[in-house]
Write a protein that binds this ligand. Sequence first.
Ligand SMILES: Cc1cc2nc3c(=O)[nH]c(=O)nc-3n(C[C@H](O)[C@H](O)[C@H](O)COP(=O)(O)O)c2cc1C
Length: 405
Amino acid sequence: MPAPDLTLKTTIGPLRLVNPFLLASGPPTASGEQIRHAFRLGWAGAVTKTIVPDTMKIQDVSPRFAVWKDENLRLLGFENIELLSRKNESYWTTEIAAIREDYPDQVLIASIMASPDPVEWQALAGTMQDAGADAIELNVSCPHGMPERGVGAAIGQHADLVNNVTRAVRQVIHVPLVVKLTPNITDIVPVAQAAVTGGADILSAINSVQCLMGIDLETLEPVPSVAGSTAYGGYSGPAVKPIGLRVISQIARELPVPLIGIGGISRWQDAAEYIAAGASAVQVCTAVMWDGAGIIREMNAGLSGYLARRKFAGVSDLKGRALPCIAAHAALSRATRSHATAGFPERCTSCGRCVISCRDGGYHAISLEDRRLVIDARRCDGCSLCSHICPEGVIVMQVRTHGSG
Ligand SMILES: Cc1cc2nc3c(=O)[nH]c(=O)nc-3n(C[C@H](O)[C@H](O)[C@H](O)COP(=O)(O)O)c2cc1C
Protein backbone atom coordinates (compact mmCIF):
# COMPACT_ATOMS: atom_id res chain seq x y z
CA MET A 1 0.00 0.00 0.00
CA PRO A 2 1.44 3.45 -0.85
CA ALA A 3 2.39 5.57 2.17
CA PRO A 4 -0.41 7.99 2.98
CA ASP A 5 0.40 11.61 2.21
CA LEU A 6 0.48 13.34 5.60
CA THR A 7 -0.72 16.68 4.27
CA LEU A 8 -3.94 15.07 3.10
CA LYS A 9 -4.89 13.46 6.43
CA THR A 10 -8.24 14.75 7.50
CA THR A 11 -11.29 14.02 9.63
CA ILE A 12 -14.96 13.95 8.83
CA GLY A 13 -16.90 14.18 12.06
CA PRO A 14 -15.58 11.30 14.19
CA LEU A 15 -13.95 9.47 11.21
CA ARG A 16 -10.22 9.74 10.52
CA LEU A 17 -9.18 9.60 6.86
CA VAL A 18 -5.70 9.23 5.32
CA ASN A 19 -6.92 11.52 2.51
CA PRO A 20 -10.31 13.05 1.67
CA PHE A 21 -11.16 10.59 -1.15
CA LEU A 22 -13.78 7.85 -0.65
CA LEU A 23 -15.43 5.59 -3.19
CA ALA A 24 -19.15 6.36 -3.36
CA SER A 25 -21.77 3.63 -3.20
CA GLY A 26 -22.12 2.13 -6.69
CA PRO A 27 -20.60 -0.37 -9.10
CA PRO A 28 -16.99 0.30 -7.90
CA THR A 29 -18.04 -0.92 -4.42
CA ALA A 30 -20.29 -3.77 -5.52
CA SER A 31 -17.92 -6.42 -4.15
CA GLY A 32 -15.31 -6.85 -1.45
CA GLU A 33 -12.72 -7.55 -4.15
CA GLN A 34 -13.29 -4.15 -5.77
CA ILE A 35 -13.09 -2.35 -2.42
CA ARG A 36 -9.80 -4.12 -1.59
CA HIS A 37 -8.38 -3.18 -5.01
CA ALA A 38 -9.27 0.48 -4.38
CA PHE A 39 -7.77 0.44 -0.88
CA ARG A 40 -4.52 -0.94 -2.28
CA LEU A 41 -4.42 1.95 -4.75
CA GLY A 42 -4.76 4.54 -1.96
CA TRP A 43 -8.44 5.40 -1.49
CA ALA A 44 -9.08 6.50 2.10
CA GLY A 45 -12.36 4.66 2.34
CA ALA A 46 -15.38 3.25 0.58
CA VAL A 47 -19.14 3.19 0.90
CA THR A 48 -20.50 -0.21 -0.06
CA LYS A 49 -23.04 -0.59 -2.85
CA THR A 50 -26.35 -0.13 -0.98
CA ILE A 51 -27.11 -3.27 1.03
CA VAL A 52 -30.75 -4.33 1.40
CA PRO A 53 -32.45 -6.93 3.64
CA ASP A 54 -32.54 -10.43 2.16
CA THR A 55 -36.33 -10.09 1.96
CA MET A 56 -36.05 -7.23 -0.57
CA LYS A 57 -35.66 -8.60 -4.09
CA ILE A 58 -33.31 -6.71 -6.40
CA GLN A 59 -33.45 -7.59 -10.09
CA ASP A 60 -31.52 -5.35 -12.47
CA VAL A 61 -32.47 -4.60 -16.08
CA SER A 62 -30.13 -4.65 -19.05
CA PRO A 63 -28.88 -2.38 -20.50
CA ARG A 64 -29.06 0.13 -17.63
CA PHE A 65 -26.65 2.92 -18.62
CA ALA A 66 -26.71 5.76 -21.18
CA VAL A 67 -23.94 8.32 -21.67
CA TRP A 68 -23.23 11.77 -23.06
CA LYS A 69 -19.58 12.01 -24.12
CA ASP A 70 -17.49 14.28 -26.33
CA GLU A 71 -15.71 13.23 -29.51
CA ASN A 72 -12.59 12.27 -27.52
CA LEU A 73 -14.58 9.80 -25.39
CA ARG A 74 -14.42 12.17 -22.45
CA LEU A 75 -17.46 11.68 -20.26
CA LEU A 76 -19.85 14.61 -19.81
CA GLY A 77 -22.93 13.00 -18.26
CA PHE A 78 -23.98 9.50 -17.25
CA GLU A 79 -27.43 8.00 -16.67
CA ASN A 80 -28.11 4.78 -14.78
CA ILE A 81 -31.26 2.87 -13.94
CA GLU A 82 -29.36 0.39 -11.78
CA LEU A 83 -30.83 -0.80 -8.49
CA LEU A 84 -29.05 -1.79 -5.28
CA SER A 85 -26.70 -4.57 -4.18
CA ARG A 86 -27.67 -8.01 -5.40
CA LYS A 87 -25.41 -9.63 -2.81
CA ASN A 88 -27.05 -10.89 0.36
CA GLU A 89 -26.55 -9.78 3.95
CA SER A 90 -24.24 -12.65 4.84
CA TYR A 91 -21.95 -11.87 1.88
CA TRP A 92 -21.59 -8.33 3.18
CA THR A 93 -21.13 -9.17 6.85
CA THR A 94 -18.33 -11.59 5.93
CA GLU A 95 -16.66 -9.10 3.57
CA ILE A 96 -16.98 -6.13 5.92
CA ALA A 97 -15.40 -8.09 8.78
CA ALA A 98 -12.55 -9.32 6.56
CA ILE A 99 -11.81 -5.94 4.93
CA ARG A 100 -11.91 -4.25 8.32
CA GLU A 101 -9.21 -6.62 9.50
CA ASP A 102 -7.05 -6.40 6.37
CA TYR A 103 -7.21 -2.60 5.98
CA PRO A 104 -7.36 -1.03 9.46
CA ASP A 105 -6.33 2.43 8.18
CA GLN A 106 -9.16 2.71 5.69
CA VAL A 107 -12.74 3.63 6.50
CA LEU A 108 -15.49 1.23 5.44
CA ILE A 109 -19.03 2.60 5.44
CA ALA A 110 -22.04 0.33 4.93
CA SER A 111 -24.74 1.93 2.78
CA ILE A 112 -28.15 0.53 3.61
CA MET A 113 -31.77 0.76 2.48
CA ALA A 114 -34.78 -1.19 3.77
CA SER A 115 -38.56 -1.15 3.43
CA PRO A 116 -40.49 1.94 4.58
CA ASP A 117 -40.73 0.30 8.03
CA PRO A 118 -37.98 1.87 10.24
CA VAL A 119 -37.69 -1.39 12.21
CA GLU A 120 -36.16 -3.03 9.12
CA TRP A 121 -33.62 -0.20 8.83
CA GLN A 122 -32.71 -0.70 12.47
CA ALA A 123 -32.13 -4.42 12.04
CA LEU A 124 -29.97 -3.99 8.92
CA ALA A 125 -27.95 -1.14 10.43
CA GLY A 126 -27.31 -3.20 13.56
CA THR A 127 -26.19 -6.19 11.49
CA MET A 128 -23.69 -4.12 9.48
CA GLN A 129 -22.38 -2.34 12.57
CA ASP A 130 -21.84 -5.68 14.30
CA ALA A 131 -19.96 -6.92 11.23
CA GLY A 132 -17.49 -4.07 11.78
CA ALA A 133 -18.64 -1.19 9.55
CA ASP A 134 -17.00 2.08 10.66
CA ALA A 135 -20.17 4.00 9.87
CA ILE A 136 -23.63 3.49 8.39
CA GLU A 137 -24.86 5.57 5.43
CA LEU A 138 -28.63 5.73 4.94
CA ASN A 139 -29.60 5.75 1.27
CA VAL A 140 -32.78 7.82 1.33
CA SER A 141 -31.96 9.26 -2.07
CA CYS A 142 -31.94 6.70 -4.93
CA PRO A 143 -34.12 8.35 -7.62
CA HIS A 144 -35.24 5.31 -9.62
CA GLY A 145 -36.92 1.98 -8.95
CA MET A 146 -36.93 2.28 -5.20
CA PRO A 147 -39.26 5.33 -4.86
CA GLU A 148 -41.99 3.19 -6.48
CA ARG A 149 -41.59 0.92 -3.45
CA GLY A 150 -41.86 3.86 -1.01
CA VAL A 151 -38.11 4.13 -0.29
CA GLY A 152 -35.03 5.88 -1.72
CA ALA A 153 -35.88 9.43 -2.81
CA ALA A 154 -39.51 8.81 -1.75
CA ILE A 155 -38.16 9.13 1.80
CA GLY A 156 -35.49 11.73 1.04
CA GLN A 157 -37.98 14.19 -0.44
CA HIS A 158 -39.87 14.49 2.87
CA ALA A 159 -38.23 15.97 5.94
CA ASP A 160 -40.49 14.10 8.38
CA LEU A 161 -39.73 10.70 6.81
CA VAL A 162 -35.99 11.44 6.80
CA ASN A 163 -36.21 12.40 10.44
CA ASN A 164 -38.13 9.19 11.31
CA VAL A 165 -35.72 6.77 9.67
CA THR A 166 -32.63 8.63 10.91
CA ARG A 167 -33.98 8.74 14.46
CA ALA A 168 -34.84 5.03 14.36
CA VAL A 169 -31.37 3.99 13.20
CA ARG A 170 -29.67 6.39 15.63
CA GLN A 171 -31.42 4.62 18.50
CA VAL A 172 -29.74 1.29 17.73
CA ILE A 173 -26.23 2.13 16.47
CA HIS A 174 -23.24 3.74 18.14
CA VAL A 175 -20.99 4.13 15.05
CA PRO A 176 -21.22 7.41 13.09
CA LEU A 177 -24.40 7.84 11.08
CA VAL A 178 -24.29 9.36 7.59
CA VAL A 179 -27.46 10.37 5.73
CA LYS A 180 -27.15 10.62 1.93
CA LEU A 181 -29.42 13.29 0.47
CA THR A 182 -31.22 13.63 -2.84
CA PRO A 183 -30.91 16.77 -4.99
CA ASN A 184 -34.37 16.04 -6.42
CA ILE A 185 -36.07 18.50 -4.10
CA THR A 186 -36.76 22.23 -4.16
CA ASP A 187 -35.10 23.19 -0.87
CA ILE A 188 -32.39 20.94 0.57
CA VAL A 189 -32.01 22.71 3.92
CA PRO A 190 -35.19 21.47 5.72
CA VAL A 191 -34.32 17.87 4.79
CA ALA A 192 -30.71 18.31 5.91
CA GLN A 193 -31.94 19.82 9.15
CA ALA A 194 -34.36 16.90 9.67
CA ALA A 195 -31.50 14.41 9.29
CA VAL A 196 -29.37 16.30 11.82
CA THR A 197 -32.25 16.58 14.29
CA GLY A 198 -32.81 12.85 13.84
CA GLY A 199 -29.23 12.18 14.93
CA ALA A 200 -27.07 12.18 11.76
CA ASP A 201 -23.38 12.85 12.47
CA ILE A 202 -22.51 13.51 8.83
CA LEU A 203 -24.47 14.34 5.66
CA SER A 204 -23.41 13.24 2.19
CA ALA A 205 -24.76 14.80 -1.02
CA ILE A 206 -25.65 14.38 -3.76
CA ASN A 207 -27.18 11.15 -4.98
CA SER A 208 -27.90 11.18 -8.72
CA VAL A 209 -30.24 13.70 -10.37
CA GLN A 210 -33.45 12.36 -11.90
CA CYS A 211 -33.24 12.52 -15.70
CA LEU A 212 -34.23 11.28 -19.14
CA MET A 213 -30.97 11.03 -21.08
CA GLY A 214 -32.29 11.16 -24.62
CA ILE A 215 -34.40 9.71 -27.38
CA ASP A 216 -33.17 7.69 -30.35
CA LEU A 217 -34.74 9.58 -33.25
CA GLU A 218 -34.84 6.53 -35.54
CA THR A 219 -36.64 4.18 -33.15
CA LEU A 220 -38.21 6.97 -31.05
CA GLU A 221 -37.26 4.93 -28.00
CA PRO A 222 -35.74 6.78 -25.05
CA VAL A 223 -32.33 5.51 -23.87
CA PRO A 224 -31.35 3.26 -22.24
CA SER A 225 -33.95 1.16 -24.03
CA VAL A 226 -34.90 -2.04 -22.18
CA ALA A 227 -36.87 -4.04 -24.75
CA GLY A 228 -38.32 -0.79 -26.09
CA SER A 229 -38.99 1.12 -22.88
CA THR A 230 -37.06 3.11 -20.35
CA ALA A 231 -37.61 4.58 -16.87
CA TYR A 232 -36.45 7.94 -15.52
CA GLY A 233 -32.91 7.41 -14.25
CA GLY A 234 -30.15 8.98 -12.17
CA TYR A 235 -27.79 11.50 -13.77
CA SER A 236 -24.17 11.64 -12.56
CA GLY A 237 -20.68 12.52 -13.79
CA PRO A 238 -19.20 15.95 -14.66
CA ALA A 239 -22.56 17.46 -15.71
CA VAL A 240 -23.95 17.26 -12.16
CA LYS A 241 -21.01 18.88 -10.33
CA PRO A 242 -22.63 22.34 -10.32
CA ILE A 243 -25.72 20.84 -8.67
CA GLY A 244 -23.65 19.04 -6.04
CA LEU A 245 -21.63 22.18 -5.29
CA ARG A 246 -24.83 24.17 -4.91
CA VAL A 247 -26.33 21.61 -2.51
CA ILE A 248 -23.18 21.25 -0.37
CA SER A 249 -22.67 25.00 -0.10
CA GLN A 250 -26.34 25.59 0.75
CA ILE A 251 -26.16 23.13 3.63
CA ALA A 252 -22.74 24.42 4.78
CA ARG A 253 -24.06 27.97 4.96
CA GLU A 254 -26.96 26.93 7.20
CA LEU A 255 -25.84 23.99 9.36
CA PRO A 256 -22.62 23.21 11.24
CA VAL A 257 -22.71 19.50 10.27
CA PRO A 258 -19.74 17.70 8.63
CA LEU A 259 -20.38 17.18 4.91
CA ILE A 260 -19.18 14.74 2.26
CA GLY A 261 -19.40 16.18 -1.26
CA ILE A 262 -20.48 13.89 -4.11
CA GLY A 263 -21.31 14.47 -7.77
CA GLY A 264 -19.16 14.84 -10.85
CA ILE A 265 -15.77 14.59 -9.15
CA SER A 266 -13.20 13.24 -11.59
CA ARG A 267 -10.15 15.43 -10.96
CA TRP A 268 -8.44 16.81 -7.85
CA GLN A 269 -9.69 20.25 -8.80
CA ASP A 270 -13.31 19.08 -8.46
CA ALA A 271 -12.58 17.76 -4.97
CA ALA A 272 -10.83 21.00 -3.99
CA GLU A 273 -13.88 22.95 -5.14
CA TYR A 274 -16.21 20.80 -3.01
CA ILE A 275 -13.92 21.31 0.00
CA ALA A 276 -13.83 25.07 -0.58
CA ALA A 277 -17.65 24.91 -0.76
CA GLY A 278 -17.81 23.36 2.73
CA ALA A 279 -17.17 19.61 2.37
CA SER A 280 -14.70 17.82 4.66
CA ALA A 281 -14.27 14.88 2.27
CA VAL A 282 -15.62 13.65 -1.07
CA GLN A 283 -17.00 10.49 -2.66
CA VAL A 284 -16.48 9.43 -6.27
CA CYS A 285 -18.47 6.92 -8.37
CA THR A 286 -18.87 7.63 -12.08
CA ALA A 287 -15.27 8.75 -12.71
CA VAL A 288 -14.02 5.43 -11.34
CA MET A 289 -16.43 3.54 -13.61
CA TRP A 290 -15.13 5.52 -16.60
CA ASP A 291 -11.38 5.75 -15.88
CA GLY A 292 -10.68 3.20 -13.15
CA ALA A 293 -9.81 3.38 -9.46
CA GLY A 294 -6.20 4.35 -10.36
CA ILE A 295 -7.34 7.99 -10.71
CA ILE A 296 -6.74 8.24 -6.95
CA ARG A 297 -2.99 8.63 -7.55
CA GLU A 298 -3.39 11.81 -9.57
CA MET A 299 -6.11 13.10 -7.27
CA ASN A 300 -3.93 12.68 -4.18
CA ALA A 301 -0.84 14.15 -5.84
CA GLY A 302 -2.76 17.03 -7.39
CA LEU A 303 -4.58 18.00 -4.21
CA SER A 304 -1.51 17.85 -2.00
CA GLY A 305 0.46 19.87 -4.59
CA TYR A 306 -2.27 22.49 -4.65
CA LEU A 307 -2.47 22.72 -0.85
CA ALA A 308 1.31 23.13 -0.65
CA ARG A 309 1.45 25.70 -3.47
CA ARG A 310 -1.32 27.79 -1.92
CA LYS A 311 0.22 27.29 1.54
CA PHE A 312 -2.86 25.74 3.10
CA ALA A 313 -2.02 23.87 6.30
CA GLY A 314 -4.17 20.93 5.18
CA VAL A 315 -7.57 19.93 3.87
CA SER A 316 -9.41 21.51 6.80
CA ASP A 317 -7.69 24.83 6.13
CA LEU A 318 -9.26 24.92 2.65
CA LYS A 319 -12.67 23.86 3.94
CA GLY A 320 -15.42 26.42 3.36
CA ARG A 321 -13.06 29.13 2.03
CA ALA A 322 -15.44 29.99 -0.82
CA LEU A 323 -18.55 30.26 1.35
CA PRO A 324 -18.18 33.94 2.32
CA CYS A 325 -18.19 34.72 -1.42
CA ILE A 326 -21.69 33.32 -1.98
CA ALA A 327 -24.32 36.00 -1.50
CA ALA A 328 -27.90 36.86 -2.33
CA HIS A 329 -28.21 38.17 -5.88
CA ALA A 330 -29.35 41.57 -4.65
CA ALA A 331 -26.15 41.87 -2.63
CA LEU A 332 -23.87 41.51 -5.70
CA SER A 333 -21.97 44.64 -6.71
CA ARG A 334 -23.42 46.89 -9.38
CA ALA A 335 -20.53 49.31 -8.93
CA THR A 336 -18.04 47.15 -10.82
CA ARG A 337 -18.66 46.23 -14.46
CA SER A 338 -16.74 43.91 -16.74
CA HIS A 339 -16.04 44.69 -20.39
CA ALA A 340 -14.88 42.43 -23.18
CA THR A 341 -11.40 43.22 -24.46
CA ALA A 342 -9.19 41.63 -27.10
CA GLY A 343 -6.63 40.41 -24.55
CA PHE A 344 -4.68 38.22 -26.98
CA PRO A 345 -5.41 39.62 -30.49
CA GLU A 346 -2.53 37.67 -32.02
CA ARG A 347 -4.47 34.44 -31.41
CA CYS A 348 -7.56 35.57 -33.38
CA THR A 349 -8.31 33.43 -36.46
CA SER A 350 -11.22 35.68 -37.55
CA CYS A 351 -13.59 32.72 -37.21
CA GLY A 352 -16.41 35.13 -36.42
CA ARG A 353 -18.09 33.07 -33.68
CA CYS A 354 -17.96 35.97 -31.21
CA VAL A 355 -19.50 38.28 -33.81
CA ILE A 356 -22.46 35.93 -34.36
CA SER A 357 -23.03 35.23 -30.66
CA CYS A 358 -22.85 38.88 -29.70
CA ARG A 359 -25.16 39.81 -32.58
CA ASP A 360 -27.82 37.13 -32.01
CA GLY A 361 -27.48 36.48 -28.27
CA GLY A 362 -25.87 39.63 -26.98
CA TYR A 363 -25.52 43.33 -27.75
CA HIS A 364 -24.15 43.63 -31.29
CA ALA A 365 -20.88 44.98 -29.88
CA ILE A 366 -18.36 42.93 -31.89
CA SER A 367 -17.36 43.14 -35.55
CA LEU A 368 -14.52 42.04 -37.78
CA GLU A 369 -12.97 44.87 -39.76
CA ASP A 370 -10.40 43.67 -42.31
CA ARG A 371 -10.35 40.38 -40.33
CA ARG A 372 -9.47 42.39 -37.21
CA LEU A 373 -11.55 42.06 -34.03
CA VAL A 374 -13.22 45.30 -33.00
CA ILE A 375 -15.18 45.56 -29.73
CA ASP A 376 -17.45 48.58 -29.36
CA ALA A 377 -17.07 49.48 -25.67
CA ARG A 378 -20.25 51.59 -25.71
CA ARG A 379 -22.38 48.67 -26.85
CA CYS A 380 -20.67 45.94 -24.76
CA ASP A 381 -22.87 45.10 -21.75
CA GLY A 382 -20.20 42.99 -20.00
CA CYS A 383 -22.25 39.75 -20.10
CA SER A 384 -19.11 37.65 -20.94
CA LEU A 385 -20.73 35.45 -23.64
CA CYS A 386 -17.99 36.22 -26.20
CA SER A 387 -15.19 35.24 -23.80
CA HIS A 388 -16.79 31.79 -23.38
CA ILE A 389 -17.52 31.19 -27.08
CA CYS A 390 -14.05 32.21 -28.38
CA PRO A 391 -12.20 28.97 -29.15
CA GLU A 392 -8.77 30.62 -28.99
CA GLY A 393 -9.07 32.54 -25.71
CA VAL A 394 -8.65 35.89 -27.49
CA ILE A 395 -11.33 37.74 -25.54
CA VAL A 396 -10.89 38.41 -21.83
CA MET A 397 -13.14 40.28 -19.45
CA GLN A 398 -11.64 43.32 -17.81
CA VAL A 399 -13.10 44.69 -14.61
CA ARG A 400 -13.72 48.41 -14.39
CA THR A 401 -15.11 50.31 -11.47
CA HIS A 402 -18.33 52.05 -12.45
CA GLY A 403 -17.67 55.52 -13.74
CA SER A 404 -14.00 54.99 -14.65
CA GLY A 405 -13.02 55.30 -18.31
C1 LIG B 1 -24.36 2.96 -11.86
C2 LIG B 1 -24.55 3.68 -10.56
C3 LIG B 1 -25.03 2.98 -9.44
C4 LIG B 1 -25.22 3.64 -8.23
N1 LIG B 1 -25.66 2.94 -7.15
C5 LIG B 1 -25.82 3.57 -5.95
C6 LIG B 1 -26.22 2.84 -4.79
O1 LIG B 1 -26.39 1.62 -4.81
N2 LIG B 1 -26.39 3.54 -3.65
C7 LIG B 1 -26.19 4.90 -3.56
O2 LIG B 1 -26.35 5.47 -2.47
N3 LIG B 1 -25.78 5.58 -4.64
C8 LIG B 1 -25.60 4.97 -5.82
N4 LIG B 1 -25.16 5.68 -6.91
C9 LIG B 1 -24.97 7.15 -6.80
C10 LIG B 1 -23.52 7.52 -6.53
O3 LIG B 1 -23.07 7.00 -5.30
C11 LIG B 1 -23.32 9.05 -6.52
O4 LIG B 1 -24.10 9.59 -5.48
C12 LIG B 1 -23.73 9.71 -7.83
O5 LIG B 1 -23.47 8.89 -8.93
C13 LIG B 1 -23.02 11.06 -8.04
O6 LIG B 1 -21.62 10.92 -7.97
P1 LIG B 1 -20.67 10.70 -9.27
O7 LIG B 1 -20.95 11.82 -10.22
O8 LIG B 1 -19.27 10.69 -8.74
O9 LIG B 1 -21.06 9.39 -9.83
C14 LIG B 1 -24.94 5.02 -8.13
C15 LIG B 1 -24.44 5.72 -9.24
C16 LIG B 1 -24.23 5.06 -10.43
C17 LIG B 1 -23.67 5.83 -11.60
